[in-house]
Structures are given as C-alpha cells and as structure tokens.
Design a protein around this ligand. Structure first.
Ligand code: MG
Length: 391
C-alpha cells in the first residue's frame, strides 16, 4: 500500500477555520487528520503541501518513521505552523491504519483504560459577563448533565489591559466566579482558563489567590506559554493546580515544562502537538511527573475524535473539554460518540471513527482571519449553543 494523494480542506467553522488533511492510498483506502491552527489556516495549508510531496508514494503504516523524517530530519520543524501540519498528516496515517486493520486507533496504542469519557463544558458563557448572567448560564449548562464548567472570568471584558488589570475588571471576574459557585453548588467542577491574559506573574498569583476560596479544579495558562520558568514560579505561589500546554508541542517542550514543576495537568492540542504518538509520549512524561493529561479540545470533529481516542487509552487522562458543536458539523463528519449525562461513549469503529464528507465540507468555505484574537468581546457570540449531537 502506498500513499497516492494528500488533500487539504479548509472549512469555515463557527469561530475558527478547520484544516482537514485527507490521505488516499493506491488501494482505495483513506485516512483523515486535523491540522487546525487558529488564524493561520493558509500557513498550515502551505506546510501540509510541503509534507504531501514527501509522504506521497510512501507506506502509510510506518508512522513513527515518517514522523522522524518530517520532524527531526527536516532541520526546521518547530513552532505551531509546522507542528500542526505534522499533526494533521500523522493523525491521518493512524486513521488510515486503523481502517485498514479494522480496529480503533486506541487498540493500537494500548487498548482502553476506561469505558466512557468524563466531559467538562466550555463555550457555555455566550450570554454576557455580569455575575448574574454567568450564574444563569452555569445553571442551564449543568441542567444538560455536565459535571464541570470551564470559563475565563476576566478575558473578553471591555477595556481589559493584559499588563494592568483594572480593579473594576479584576473584581467583576472574582464576583462572577463566586456567583457561578453559588449557582451550581459545591460538587460541580469549576475550571478557570486565563488564556495567558496575566502578563505579569504577580497579577496571575493575585488572581489565583482571589478565587482560591471557590474550590477551583485548575487554573489554566495563568501566564503566557513562552516562559516555562514563569509558569513554574506561578505554580509554586498558588494553591490551585496549574494546567497548561495548548501552545506547547512535542515531548520536548512538555519535558521542559514538567522538569521545572510547571504543571499539574498537561493539555496538548491534538491538532498542534505533533500527532497521536506524540500525545501518547507526552502523557507518559506527564505521568512520570505525577501530572494528569487532558487534551485541549476546541477544534473540528476530527481533532475531537483524536482526543477521544487518547482519552480512551491514556491512563492518566483527566477529563475532556467539550464545546457545543455547529448544527451542521455532523453532516461534514459523521461520528458515533453519543453524550449522555456529561459522559461520552467511546466509539468502536475502525480508525478515528469519523466518516468525512468532502461535498458537505465545501458548503462551509474558508473565511480568512489574519489575526485571531480570542479576547475580542464579540468572540463568545460566535460559539454555537449546546445542541444534541446529531448523527
Ligand atoms: Mg486554554
């Protein structure tokens, strides 16, 4: 079996473009992977094209060998663009191999260590940022069955300055956390994602200390991702577990993070981290540092399906981030992963368990985004509402 063609699709998702990689073989098989990179779809598309010239004509079963060629032998393979491209191609090879052998990817990565996946909700906060609005939306989301909620109580507020957080904004965030905890009671998990908005370590520590009393399960990206020593410093000063890693790639970066004591929970993104075998290696490195693993999971259905495969087999898996899907998502990618009462059923279909429909994908064209600013106040409004996962 040889790779005969590599196709790239850029699909206009509701709040980010998805970059889908499809690998075809000379005996009629196909595999799909996702290389979505927020605001950089054109760059990743070009990078996938360069990898496509290498992978065409090769045996797609030799996944580690091709990863080494694409990453290590290529001289330049660092950063978010090139690692996202590699992630898409690598994941497509796993999907293809699973389909060829008739097994889910997790069966090739050690088999199931659990029978279903605990979810926590994100993207439920599209209602407005007053404490009373947060509380009402939190109640509505818990009513859908979710046992955990993630949110950024400070990001997205008008007038926010990342170096000088105004007391009015700081206090409104703390009051929102208090209102949410009061609304959902003591048993629901609350996770705070700072998205790196505190660009002084001291303010990150101050913010964590201000919300500590509300029993926060983790405090994510309290400072940006570039300085791992600063992340470790913040972790040493606060009494909430630190989660980070959506903007870190490959086992190398996660080793450096964990050696410094920078995280309790690692969050590699399946579209960026180097692929499924990289994610498995990252999970093992995390486990050896007594850290848990939970993939960052805001992208399209193929990246989501890859994260579910990891959740099925990784022993130190924590819980999976779950965003509301676009109403048309399952026309583009049909899957079999029902969600019941905040838990997701692990699929038993071969590969990733995704059936990609290129004709449906073409109905949702690429929308150019030159700069992707997650903290624009209108950003939350682009996220769809929670719906039943349509099959
Ligand atoms: Mg995050």
């Amino acid at each position: 079996m040889r790779v005969s063609k590599v196709e790239t699709y850029v699909i206009g998702g509701s709040w980010r473009n998805w970059v889908i990689v499809r690998i075809l073989t000379d005996d009629g098989l196909e595999g799909v992977g996702e290389a979505t990179l927020e605001g950089k779809a054109d760059s990743v598309r070009a990078a996938v094209g360069e990898l496509a010239r290498y992978i065409t004509g090769k045996d797609p079963f030799q996944i580690e060998r091709h990863f080494q060629e694409m990453y290590r032998r290529a001289f330049y393979a660092g950063g978010e663009v090139l690692n996202s491209a590699i992630s898409g191609v690598e994941t497509a090879m796993w999907d293809l191999k699973g389909k060829a052998l008739g097994v889910p990817v997790y069966e090739m990565l050690g088999g199931r260590t659990r029978d279903r996946v605990k979810l926590y909700a994100n993207g439920w906060y599209r209602q407005g940022m007053e404490p009373v609005e947060f509380a009402a939306a939190a109640r509505d989301t818990i009513a859908l069955g979710f046992k955990g909620l993630k949110f950024n109580p400070w990001g997205g507020r008008q007038g926010i300055d990342f170096y000088r957080i105004e007391n009015s904004i700081f206090n409104a965030g703390v009051e929102s956390v208090a209102a949410i905890r009061e609304a959902v009671g003591p048993d629901v998990d609350l996770f705070i994602d700072c998205n790196g908005i505190f660009q002084t370590s001291g303010n990150a520590v101050r913010a964590a200390n201000a919300v500590e009393e509300f029993n926060i399960g983790f405090f994510e990206e309290p400072v940006p991702h570039e300085n791992l020593d600063a992340m470790a410093y913040v972790r040493s000063k606060i009494n909430i577990p630190v989660a980070t890693g959506e903007r870190l790639f490959t086992p190398f970066a996660f080793t450096q993070l964990l050696e410094r004591g920078g995280a309790d929970i690692v969050q590699p993104d399946m579209s960026h981290c180097g692929g499924m075998l990289s994610a498995l290696k990252i999970s093992a490195i995390a486990d050896s540092h007594y850290a848990a693993f939970t993939p960052h999971n805001p992208n399209g259905e193929i990246s989501h399906a890859a994260a579910v495969q990891m959740a099925a087999c990784v022993p130190n898996f924590f819980a999976l981030e779950h965003f509301p899907p676009e109403p048309w998502r399952f026309d583009v990618c049909s899957t079999s992963m029902p969600v019941n009462d905040g838990w997701l059923e692990i699929p038993s279909e071969p590969g990733l368990g995704v059936k990609f429909n290129p004709e449906e994908a073409k109905k949702h064209p690429y929308e150019p985004v030159d700069l992707y600013n997650l903290h624009r106040p209108e950003m939350a409004l682009k996220i769809p509402k929670f719906i039943d996962r349509i099959r």
